[in-house]
Design a protein around this ligand. Structure first.
Ligand SMILES: N[C@@H](CCC(=O)N[C@@H](CS)C(=O)NCC(=O)O)C(=O)O
Length: 286
């Protein structure tokens, strides 16, 4: 398989899917301005007349375009990675999100918003028209609030155990990451939706009721559940940093944000959480 891509463009999603699934393809870089395939100097428009990445050439030589179609093709080719639900409502939900990202966010919002040659007034008009879509970032912030509460609680519950130092560091980092997210939202002029943030905080409090069916009790199983929940949150955070890294051209608002460092830190947090989780599992079931 051959994947035509441009660095930091939306074709990164397919590269991530390949890496995640442990699959491989020949990655052929396309210069987005000249539409030249760097490897051999050929005209990319001979492959995809629209000149858009991602474009995939299958092992049978069939050319497939459009993020939503290519991502699902990769998921189907590598089923063991379980990137997608096989069928049913979950599969429709995946298509819902792929379409939302491709149309409402990518084409509707980001392209006009970051188009350097767009006429005056385009940015303000686009922001006004698509404000509701930006609630997406607010949802992530709500998730970050849950993460902050959860990491603080896990650190407090484990203060006198060997898990304490790791969880203390994690709680501090999660708080700093949340501040980074807030700074990004401020730079884009996005309002922080108080209600959703409060909802995120409340969700964490309610979550306590579910852990082991009692409110304040703490057991080795609570620790495992918390570590797993924290890993889920960090994964969502990592996805957000990576999404922002793919914006092209990179928005001026992100100029002072070190997204690579934030992503690397999230990866480190995931590694640490997995180490602690395995340790907690061994202890709980010893
Ligand atoms: N509808 C296409 C859009 C793909 C797209 O817009 N790709 C951008 C990179 S993020 C591109 O190739 N732009 C080059 C251009 O517009 O000439 C999809 O979802 O795959």
């Amino acid at each position: 398989m051959e994947l035509y891509f441009s660095p930091l463009a939306c074709s990164m999603a397919t590269r991530i899917a390949f890496y995640e699934a442990g699959g491989s393809a020949a990655y052929l870089e396309v210069d987005p301005k000249t539409k030249t395939v760097l490897k051999d100097g050929s005209d990319f428009r001979n492959v995809n007349p629209l000149g858009l990445v991602p474009t995939l050439r299958t092992d049978d030589g069939v050319v497939l375009t459009e993020n939503a179609a290519i991502l699902q093709y990769v998921a189907e080719r590598l089923p063991q990675a379980r990137l997608s639900a096989a069928d049913g409502l979950e599969r429709s939900r995946l298509q819902q999100w792929l379409c939302f990202i491709g149309t409402e966010l990518h084409k509707g919002l980001f392209i006009p918003l970051f188009d350097q040659k767009a006429p005056d007034g385009t940015r303000a008009h686009t922001l006004e028209k698509y404000e509701s879509r930006l609630q997406y970032l607010n949802d992530h912030l709500a998730g970050a609030t849950v993460g902050r509460e959860l990491s603080r609680r896990a650190a407090a519950s484990n203060r006198d155990t060997s898990y304490g130092p790791f969880l203390d560091d994690l709680a501090r980092e999660v708080q700093e990451d949340r501040e980074s997210l807030l700074a990004i939202m401020r730079a884009f002029g996005i309002r922080v939706d108080r209600l959703k943030v409060a909802g995120g905080w409340g969700a964490e409090k309610l979550g306590r009721l579910k852990l082991n069916g009692r409110l304040r009790g703490y057991s080795p199983l609570s620790r495992i559940v918390e570590l797993e929940a924290l890993a889920l949150g960090v994964r969502g955070k990592l996805a957000l940093w990576r999404t922002l890294q793919t914006l092209e051209p990179a928005p001026a608002q992100l100029a002072s944000v070190d997204l690579a460092q934030l992503a690397a830190r999230a990866e480190g947090q995931l590694t640490g959480l997995e180490e602690q989780r395995l340790r907690a599992v061994t202890e709980a079931f010893a």
